[in-house]
Design a protein around this ligand. Sequence first.
Ligand code: AMP
Length: 192
Amino acid sequence: MRLILFGPPGAGKGTQAEAIRDEFSVVHISTGDIFRDNVGNDTELGRRAKRYMDRGDLVPDDIVIAMIDDRLRQSDAAGGFLLDGFPRTVAQAEALDDVLARDGHGIDGVLRLRVGDDELVARLLQRAREQGRADDTRDVVENRLSVYRAETEPLVDFYRTRGVLHEIDGTGTIDEVRDRVLSSIHDLRGRA
Ligand code: AMP
C-alpha cells in the first residue's frame, strides 16, 4: 500500500500515522521528522531547512523532493509506505507521481483528516506547551495554517480528481479518529 496521510498542521497526522504503522506494518515516512532529525544533528540539510521551519514556511520544493526521492529509494520503502507531511505542494505531488511511475507504481489512497481552525490552533498551542516544539508559537502556528491553505489545500482537488481521496472526520478523541482511519484503510484495501 502506498498511502498519504493528509491534513493541516495539528490535525493529528503524526499520532494517527503511528496507529496505521502498528496496524498494517507499513513504513512511516514523515518529512517533518526527517527535517527535525537533520536540524538536531546539525547536518547540511538541517541547516538549509531550519530557517524555513522556524518561520513556519515550507522548505523549498527542490530540497524536499530530492530528500523524499532518496528516502523512497531505500529498500524498506519498496513494498509500500505511509507518507506524513508530504506532499505539501502541487509540484511535490507531481514529483511524487514521477518517482513512483519509474517503478510502475502510484498512490493507492490519500486519507484526509478534517479538523476546524479553532480546534487546530488550540491543539497546536497545547502541543507547544507539552512538547516545546520551536514552531508551535502562536505567530508561527498562524503562518503554518495560512501556508497550508494557500499551498497545500489545492492538493485536495488534485487527489479527488484522481479518485484516491478519502475524507475522515478528525475531531473527537484520538481513539475515535484512529477507528475511523483504520476502517477507511481496511475499506480501501478491501476494494483493491
Ligand atoms: P511537520 O512536522 O510535518 O509539521 O513539518 C514541520 C516543518 O517542516 C514544516 O512547517 C515545514 O517547514 C517543513 N516541512 C515538512 N514537510 C515539508 C514538505 N513536504 N514541504 C515543505 N516543507 C516541509
